[in-house]
Design a protein around this ligand. Sequence first.
Ligand code: NAD
Ligand code: IPM
Ligand code: MN
Length: 348
Amino acid sequence: MTKLIAVLAGDGIGPEVTAEAVRVLQATGLDLAFEEAPVGGQGYRQTGRPLPPETLALARRADAVLFGAVGDPEFDALERRLRPEAAILGIRREMATFANLRPAKLFKGLEDASALRPEVAGAIDLLIVRELNGDVYFGEKGFRTSPAGHRQGYDVMSYDEAEVRRIAAVGFDAARRRRGKLCSVDKANVLETSQLWRDVVSAMAAEYPDVELTHLYVDNAAMQLVRDPGQFDVIVTGNLFGDILSDQASMCVGSIGLLPSASLDANGKGMYEPIHGSAPDIAGQGKANPCAAILSAAMLLRFSLGEGEAADRIEAAVARAIAGGARTGDLGGTLSTTAMADAVLREM
Ligand code: NAD
Ligand code: IPM
Ligand code: MN
């Protein structure tokens, strides 16, 4: 039966890298149908809303969502609910994709592209499990007047224990399937939200005697990630810390243009997107690295369509293309977005 993939390409380099990911999906020979819909700044321009209801309906109806990126400096002054970013936050919440998996592994041949020493970078094979539906992102927020009469901005950070439990379970399960190590990252020395997080995760350890659980404060975790990233197997953390640590992890393996992600709901339905944004500084120039989008498409096949073999083929093709010297500008090379995808396609 034909599987329907909703393609929400969005802004900036979103459409450029998503087009290449679609090309790679088509090359698998699987029975896939693609339907596009506007989102982000593109959605706002066309309909006055960053997440048009028809786009959300398509995302719900589809077997999986392939997402590009949203964000456009042109819209940064709009009220928050109309900005492009409202689309991605809205769709994550509406689809209840609470579990964001962000793997980072060094590709052979990219030791020189990492911001770290080759022998340090070479040890990287980690998975960041980022909570995606809660935290300070979704708490009450606004502007008010402080007691001293100053304009004040505020954003409430909170997690309830059910939210922590369900994401921690994803982290424990992932560790169980990998090398058996789970590191929970929080800021429990300062934040009550984090204290609750740590209490809940600690209490769950008894259900996973085969997983070695450790805790780090987020500041230390950021430091350890560049000091000795090979120590990490699975990292589980909240929405904000996971956002920051995953961009950091990307440079440890060479480029933000390499890291894919899967955002899954409780039933395995998902949205798939690179961890990077719309990159306005290089948009429209055919320079963006499409690998993060292509690897996101591989995750889509594996997690939402049960096509693990095709996913393996795509991932192996990306690895071979890179090992063979294919490089976009972010990796110190000269290939265009399309030429990089061509190199991957040749290896499939
Ligand atoms: P960004 O990730 O878009 O770009 C950061 C830097 O990395 C830029 O120098 C960019 O050129 C480079 N880069 C990113 N992706 C690349 C790729 N595939 N190949 C080569 N280089 C790449 O982050 P930013 O500049 O902070 O944000 C730009 C816009 O994107 C903002 O509006 C932001 O809100 C939005 N954003 C969206 C998402 C998303 O849709 N998931 C994620 C992050 C940022
Ligand atoms: C990401 C992005 C988003 C986030 C923004 C654009 C809302 O940075 O997907 O990593 O913070 O989650
Ligand atoms: Mn981010």
